[in-house]
Design a protein around this ligand. Structure first.
Ligand code: CTP
Ligand code: MG
Length: 237
């Protein structure tokens, strides 16, 4: 079993979304990308990472597609039923691993819709956060000039981008703290959009770890072709 310091890494892969913005016949995690489904690429990179001891995959209650992939999955994978929003799905994954993980182990959450995450970025993140009390997220610095506008599209201000980052996944936090923070957010009726937001509202301070911007989240139809190019470029590198 791999360890980072004393803490083991438990992964949660939320895959219970319907891909509304993609507008495809099937949820985007089941679209084909370079010969296999998006989620298969993602799981190969997460379950295949040497530091990850267990993976909980949260799928939709009415998911009829995952079962066909399940036989090929590594033994480390467990399937759980997700919920209405991403935060519900992540919490379901954490709950499913809670019998095995201790409070101080790491929970590493990674979107099924990000099949291009680099194994080396996961290494960087685990190394950067080893020994950290809270945890953090992979992120990419904002590169474009940013404008704040009114509702009619009139520019009101130029926003200093130096302090701004795009939040990516994986997001890795101490297991117990993340589970409590997500539950508290949901109990308060706040549908947090990432794990860091739950941690932040609990008063803890996560940090960013610079990752590569090719770790895109497949969101719109054009992203599939982009992901193919990224995977091909990564394979050549
Ligand atoms: N997700 C989930 N449970 C939900 C909603 C989303 O597990 N109730 C997962 C998605 O499957 C995806 C990740 O969270 O892997 C990021 O969400 P997003 O990109 O928003 O995916 P969808 O919600 O499927 O897409 P859309 O918002 O366009 O409907
Ligand atoms: Mg969504």
């Amino acid at each position: 079993m791999s360890r980072t310091g004393d803490a083991r890494v438990f992964a949660i892969v939320p895959a219970a979304g319907s891909g509304r913005r993609m507008g495809a016949e099937v949820p985007k995690q089941y679209l084909e990308l370079a010969g296999r489904t998006v989620i298969e690429h993602t799981l190969a990179r997460i379950a295949g990472h040497a530091a990850v001891v267990r993976v909980a995959i949260a799928i939709a209650a009415d998911d009829a597609r995952f079962a066909a992939l399940a036989p090929q999955l590594p033994d480390a994978c467990r399937v759980v039923t997700g919920g209405a929003e991403r935060c519900h799905s992540v919490l379901a994954g954490l709950d499913a691993l809670a019998d095995e993980a201790t409070d101080d182990d790491w929970a590493l959450v990674h979107d099924a819709a990000r099949p291009c995450v680099r194994s080396t970025d996961i290494d960087t993140m685990i190394e950067a956060l080893a020994g950290h009390a809270v945890g953090g997220i992979l992120a990419a610095p904002v590169r474009d000039t940013l404008k704040r506008c009114d509702a009619d599209g009139n520019i009101e201000a130029t926003v200093d981008r130096n302090a701004l980052w795009h939040a990516l996944t994986p997001q890795m936090f101490r297991f117990g703290a993340l589970r409590r923070a997500l539950r508290a957010a949901l109990d308060a009726g706040e549908l947090v959009t990432d794990e860091a937001q739950a941690i932040e509202r609990s008063g803890l301070v996560p940090r960013v770890v610079a990752g590569h911007a090719d770790n895109i989240k497949i969101t719109h139809p054009a992203d599939l072709a982009l992901a193919e190019l990224i995977l091909a470029a990564q394979a050549r590198a």
